[in-house]
Design a protein around this ligand. Structure first.
Ligand code: C5P
Length: 231
């Protein structure tokens, strides 16, 4: 089966060596990988280089959040790698700084709206204003687009509403929190299936544990791809 780059596999294993083993196991079936914070100290950037040399696309999920100048400098530093996507938190000042740091490179800046592992009670604890979580996600997406984000990260449950925003024209929607039927939600609280996410307007889905924790990661990938191919 040919790779389908709508599927991004999250390499949330502890180090580059284990990441590379999984990549080798999945072979030509997967073309797009996400490297996150958990692997930063385990050779994550070396793995990013290795993946681009193998012809794979790379999404670096750093979820940067800091004062503007620091974000701009950090993003400028990441432009030395051949990255497709880089995440920052979706606050407009952070997005703005990231877009400045990206300069003329074609690395896409994706803004995190609200983590898919959070629900309303978590937002209460973080003192985020009252209101429906979906409305907060949609408004954060809209503001991030206006600040220059190339796309947003959101739960599949919000993809349709974000896709309907006039500000979302030509922008990417990338959804983690995706669970094929019959798999464990783990700590994700706002989940949907791969087909629903794409049908609702997501350009890419990010799937981690249902693949890398599976007894047979390759057949887990094939099941998801079969579901996507049937859309
Ligand atoms: O294992 P699972 O499929 O839940 O992995 C989802 C991945 O997407 C993790 O790497 C997580 O850090 C990331 N992510 C997320 N929610 C966001 C942004 C990124 O779950 N809002």
């Amino acid at each position: 089966m040919q790779a389908d780059d709508r599927l991004i596999v999250a390499l949330d294993v502890p180090n580059a060596l284990q990441g590379l083993r999984l990549v080798e196991k999945l072979g030509d079936e997967v073309s797009f990988y996400k490297i996150g914070l958990g692997m930063l100290t385990g050779g994550g950037m070396a793995l990013a280089n290795e993946l681009t040399e193998m012809g794979k696309r790379v999404f670096l999920d750093m979820k940067l959040f800091d004062i503007g100048q620091t974000v701009e400098n950090a993003v400028a530093g990441f432009t030395q790698f051949d990255l497709d996507f880089l995440t920052v938190h979706g606050d407009p000042n952070v997005v703005h700084a990231a877009v400045a740091g990206r300069g003329t490179t074609d690395m896409k800046i994706l803004a995190v709206t609200v983590l898919t592992s959070l629900d309303r009670s978590d937002l209460d604890l973080a003192l985020i204003q009252a209101g429906d979580i979906h409305d907060i996600v949609i408004e954060r997406a809209r503001l991030a687009f206006l600040a220059g984000a190339d796309g947003v990260i959101a739960s599949p449950q919000e993809a349709a509403m974000i896709r309907a925003l006039p500000e979302a024209t030509g922008k990417l929607i990338v959804t983690p929190g995706v669970r094929p039927a019959g798999t464990n939600a783990d700590d994700q609280k706002r989940v949907a299936s791969p087909a629903i996410a794409i049908n609702d307007g997501a350009d890419h889905i990010v799937v981690g544990r249902p693949i890398w924790k599976a007894e047979d990661p390759l057949s887990a990938v094939r099941m998801i791809k079969t579901e996507l191919a049937a859309i």
